[in-house]
Design a protein. Sequence first.
Length: 216
Amino acid sequence: MKKYITVSREYGSGGHTIGSLVSKELGIPFYDSEIIDLAAKESGLSPDFIKKNEQNISSGWLYTLLLGASYASPGTGPMRLGVNSVAPAAPLADQIFSAQRNAILSLAKKGPCVLVGRCSDYILRHCEEIERKEILNVFIYAPMQDKISYAVKTKGLDPSTAERDIKLIDKRRANHYNTFTERTWGNRIHYDMLINSSLLGMEKTAELIARVARES
């Protein structure tokens, strides 16, 4: 069985809901906003500030340093980028990424879980204490019209601007991921499963992911 399921998702595809359902199917913890709360506690930044700014593009200053740092655990490696050791010269977006990275590693080390977004697939991949075979990386997408309908209904988006807003949010997610991982967000080679949530609906999509996690 896969111990760690990471869920990357397009906005409006229902990734949060699907991830929550997967955690219930497997009986393991689910972390999404909890990552923000823990990152806030460890960084001293407010949860609202992190939520508002977590996907703003930055210089990638910290990412450049992390290329030579150990991903084994917070507080180790040549740069010693521990839980409370964000370099003061780092741009804010880089500080947020560092705090969320430490939060994700801390949560994962507690045991099997489902993690939503925030480059968790990449972060776990570079954690020496977690084997690649223990991770199932999933990318959730959906047709634009379905995403619009879902976002208007559940997120309160204005129908007249929903498509524009969804594209902007997904662009920010892609920029954030591409900057801090030097990968391409949504590229199939980085995920074990890419699923159109409109095909089966959220419950059956979650059941499918859970079944794959159990049997692989």
